[in-house]
Design a protein around this ligand. Structure first.
Ligand code: ADP
Length: 429
């Protein structure tokens, strides 16, 4: 500021002095003031041009107020640009985070028009950003329940479940959240898996209740009769049936507990070197002692001398289930072949029978809990319907897979395929 006073004072003093010398002081002062005003004006014009296009024009060079203004503006510009960079960084991070979200997120304007959408909005809702910018969401998602949701006040608890417009097997949970004054956020979450799990849980509880109700009803019936009856013959008749039914409940609860332990991972796996041939041999011997064993011809082929790193107890229970099933569900004199061999990248334990076989449409569901091909026969044989579910879980814990092949009239094959890296050379214990 001081610079401007001194500059003006110097110009006016010089003009006044020269004017005094030549005898036209007022005229010289007037001309000097005019020149000064024009000079200042040109500097302000230069400042204006620099403010409009800072990259194209240079800032005015004049000590004093103009220079101070320029410096402050430059400082503000530098601060703004670093703030802008920071905000752009935040925005980019926010956008890439929401883009990576598995949930569809759509920012909607006052009238439900798309203002922004993430990548999942494309896969789940078919909303393509930026192509659908400005298109109303209700033109893209046409489910009536969704239209209703858009008309609501949008409280956080208002949710609807509807099929995805891209794939009607995907179930979505829609939620609309109001933010700022008029904008709204649409969030759609894929709940297909959660719903499937809930359905499985419901089915499981219903199945367990149903399975336990039958033997309990038999037991209750007999108990009620026996409390009023002292007939020896009736007692003789009732006791074995009661024993059989209570044994059935016992087996079911035992299998349920085993399954739950496998699922929750409550019992850690005890991996140790396991002699598969020895294990198979002892399972085959046990199978021969089953009450359903009627001249079945069991052969054991150990085509590999390798051992397996496995939990021997769990593996034994899985293989027993397969071999015992081959005895229980096939007629007398059926050939049952149990073999251990290496097949490419897998080490395989196979239990194959020449029984009646299982129809193709049952195969995918065989490892479901309580799934039975012929429930009458399965109950007769004392089956709980949990055996193959246990096998599947044991194999999963060993990173192995159960492959079932069967054809009516030809028999069935159950292969437990272990990754070959679990195989080891036999050791002397
Ligand atoms: P369970 O414990 O009742 O034996 P599983 O889960 O072990 O039940 O088996 C499910 C169903 O698969 C059985 O009810 C039976 O109908 C069928 N199944 C299993 N193994 C065989 C087999 N080797 N041959 C024919 N059917 C079989």
């Amino acid at each position: 500021m001081q610079w401007d006073y001194w500059r003006l004072l110097t110009v006016l003093s010089l003009a006044g002095f020269v004017g005094l010398v030549v005898g036209h002081m007022m005229a010289f002062l007037f001309v000097a003031a005019l020149i000064y005003i024009f000079w200042m004006q040109s500097k302000w014009n230069q400042l204006q041009a620099w403010l409009d296009k800072p990259k194209k024009n240079s800032s005015p060079q004049a000590e004093g107020v103009i220079d101070d203004v320029c410096r402050q503006i430059e400082q503000m510009r530098a601060q703004n640009s670093s703030r802008k960079k920071k905000l752009t960084g935040y925005l980019k991070r926010f956008q890439s985070a929401t883009a990576a979200l598995p949930d569809a997120v759509v920012v909607m304007g006052e009238f439900g028009q798309v203002s922004w959408a993430n990548t999942s909005a494309m896969t789940l809702l078919g909303i393509n950003w930026p192509h659908d910018n400005g298109v109303r969401v209700n033109n893209l998602v046409r489910d009536p329940a969704f239209q209703k949701l858009l008309e609501l006040e949008n409280n956080a608890e208002d949710v609807i479940i509807a099929a995805s417009p891209m794939n009607d097997r995907i179930q979505l949970e829609f939620k609309v959240v109001r933010y700022a004054s008029k904008d709204r956020l649409l969030i759609a979450r894929d709940i297909t898996q959660t719903q499937k799990l809930q359905r499985m849980r419901r089915d499981f509880v219903a199945n367990v209740s149903h399975e336990l109700r039958t033997p309990l009803t038999v037991l209750r019936g007999y108990l009620e009769t026996l409390t009023t009856e002292s007939d020896q013959e009736l007692w003789q008749q009732a006791l074995p049936i009661m024993q059989q039914q209570s044994q059935r409940m016992h087996l079911m609860i035992k299998d349920l507990l085993a399954l739950s332990q496998l699922e929750t991972g409550e019992k850690p796996l005890q991996h140790r070197p396991t002699d598969i041939c020895k294990l198979l041999h002892s399972v085959v011997e046990d199978a021969k002692r089953l009450e359903h064993f009627h001249q079945h011809q069991i052969s054991l082929h150990c085509l590999s001398e390798k051992w397996l790193m496995a939990d021997a107890d769990e593996l034994r229970s899985a293989i027993s289930n397969l071999v015992f099933n081959a005895v229980k569900y096939t007629p007398a004199e059926t050939l049952i072949d149990v073999r251990w061999h290496i097949e490419g990248i897998f080490a395989v334990i196979e239990v194959k029978d020449t029984g009646e076989g299982i129809a193709q449409h049952h195969l995918d569901r065989l490892t479901e809990r309580f799934y039975r091909v012929d429930s009458g026969r399965a109950r007769e044989t004392g089956g709980t319907g949990l055996g193959l579910a246990i096998v599947k879980h044991v194999l999963q814990r060993h990173k192995a897979e159960l492959v079932i092949q069967s054809a009516i009239g030809e028999g069935s094959s159950f292969k437990c395929c272990f990754p070959v890296k679990s195989v080891m050379d036999k050791i002397d214990i």
